[in-house]
Each structure stands twice: as structure tokens, then as C-alpha cells.
Design a protein around this ligand. Structure first.
Ligand code: V4E
Length: 213
């Protein structure tokens, strides 16, 4: 399990020019994501994001937050999520929240009967074209995403091993943001914010009112 520390940004023409000067483009790829939840939003109301990408299941769970009052603004802009890709572990965590019947000890990727058993249905699906860059700053990746529903967003990302130094990762992100000339310190909407706002406004409103988004 690793922790993804990330800051989203709106990539202006100037930011892109700087990124192309100081970074190295390591490629472009396309992927389709399908996100699942119960009709009562058991997972997303807990800020847990279950998705299928390229045939594999992934679960993003939030890392405990620092005390918000003590967080500098640029640190507060970084999100921190555990990324779980081990299917038995995903089942255990999902089961804990949806309160379903027993999880199988060794579930297979092909058997998706657990979705119906736990009343999980796809609530969002979209395709992203992603261009990725690496920078001199060790371990930092910058992704420029274009979602097929007409929304572009950038992310500065550092992957940290489970017991790794999240604070150091946030420092790296702060330095990278400065180098790219990112000025704004407002929270930038992710693809899911925009997708839900347009397609499922009631789900979006619920997540806003519970301060998940
Ligand atoms: C964690 C999360 C969601 C799941 C999708 O996360 P995101 O990083 O936006 O997706 P993507 O496609 O970039 O995945 P990657 O390839 O980086 O793993 S949807 C909403 N959230 C929570 C969230 C939040 N509260 N605030 C911000 C700015 N982003 C996400």
C-alpha cells in the first residue's frame, strides 16, 4: 500500500511552457475509470473511492488530516490518500463500511458477484487522456489530464511508501508548484467534482454538505 500526496492545479499556457522547459515528458496514456458506491453513498460519504481501472480494482481512502487550523494554506491544498490495490484488502475495507455478508478470503478479479451482494453500482464513468512529466525534484510527477466530458486539470503527485515521509512529499509539491509559477491558493476542482456536479447534482450536493468535496 502506498500513499498518494497530490495537489491539483489549473494549467495555464505559461505553466505549460515552464513545465515543458523544466520537465521531461515521459508519455501519454488513456484509461477508463468506473467508480462504484451503494445507493446510500456509504463509501463516498466516507471519502472512500472504489474504482475499476484497466481491469483492476483500486480503493482510495483518506489519510488522517492534520489539525486544519495549524495547516499552512499550501499544505492544505495537498490531498493525501492511501491507494489500496490488493483485492482481499479492498473487500475487507468495503465490507467494514457497507456492512455486507462475509468477504471471500481469496477473491478473483473475474468474479464480480460481490458488487451485487454489497449493492455496489457504477455511479461515474469517464475516460482520461493523461500526459505525464517528471521533474528534477526526485519522485515528483506532473500529470496533465483531459477528461472526455470536457474538463482539463493538472496534478503534482508524489507517491510515498506506507510509512514514508508525507511531510517531505508535501514540501516537494510546494517547491514544484513554485517552480511552475502556480499562484492561486484556492482548491481546484478534480474530475469527480465536475462530473458529479453535471451528472448527479444530488450526490454532489450531499458530498459538499458533508464536507467530503
Ligand atoms: C480521491 C478522490 C477521488 C478519486 C479520484 O481521485 P483523483 O486523484 O481525482 O483521480 P485521478 O484520475 O487523478 O487518479 P490517479 O491516477 O491520480 O490515482 S474523487 C474525489 N476525491 C477526493 C478529492 C478531494 N477531496 N479533493 C481534491 C482536490 N481531489 C480529490
Amino acid at each position: 500500500m502506498s500513499v498518494e500526496v497530490e495537489r491539483k492545479f489549473v494549467c495555464s499556457a505559461d505553466n505549460l511552457k515552464t513545465l515543458e522547459e523544466i520537465g521531461v515528458c515521459i508519455g501519454q496514456r488513456q484509461f477508463h475509470d468506473q467508480y462504484y458506491d451503494t445507493p446510500e453513498f456509504h463509501l463516498t460519504l466516507r471519502d472512500m473511492w472504489l474504482r475499476k481501472r484497466k481491469g483492476c480494482w483500486e480503493l482510495k481512502c483518506p489519510l488522517a488530516k492534520l489539525d486544519g487550523s495549524e495547516e499552512p494554506r499550501d499544505v492544505a491544498l495537498c490531498t493525501r490518500y492511501k491507494e489500496i490495490t490488493d483485492l482481499p484488502e479492498i473487500h475487507l475495507r468495503v465490507k467494514e463500511v457497507v456492512g455486507g455478508d462475509g468477504a471471500e478470503a481469496s477473491p478473483s478479479e473475474e468474479d464480480e458477484s460481490w458488487l451485487g451482494r454489497w449493492r455496489l453500482a457504477c455511479f461515474a464513468a469517464y475516460t482520461t487522456v493523461r500526459r505525464s512529466f517528471t521533474l528534477e525534484e526526485e519522485g515528483v510527477q506532473v500529470d496533465l489530464d483531459q477528461a472526455d466530458f470536457g474538463y482539463d486539470v493538472g496534478e503534482i503527485e508524489v507517491l510515498v511508501p506506507e510509512c514514508g515521509d508525507v511531510q517531505r512529499a508535501m514540501e516537494k509539491i510546494r517547491r514544484t508548484a513554485q517552480k511552475l509559477g502556480l499562484s492561486g491558493d484556492e482548491r481546484v476542482e478534480g474530475k469527480m467534482d465536475v462530473y458529479l456536479k453535471r451528472n448527479h447534482p444530488e450526490h454532489y450536493a450531499r458530498l459538499l454538505s458533508e464536507h467530503v468535496l
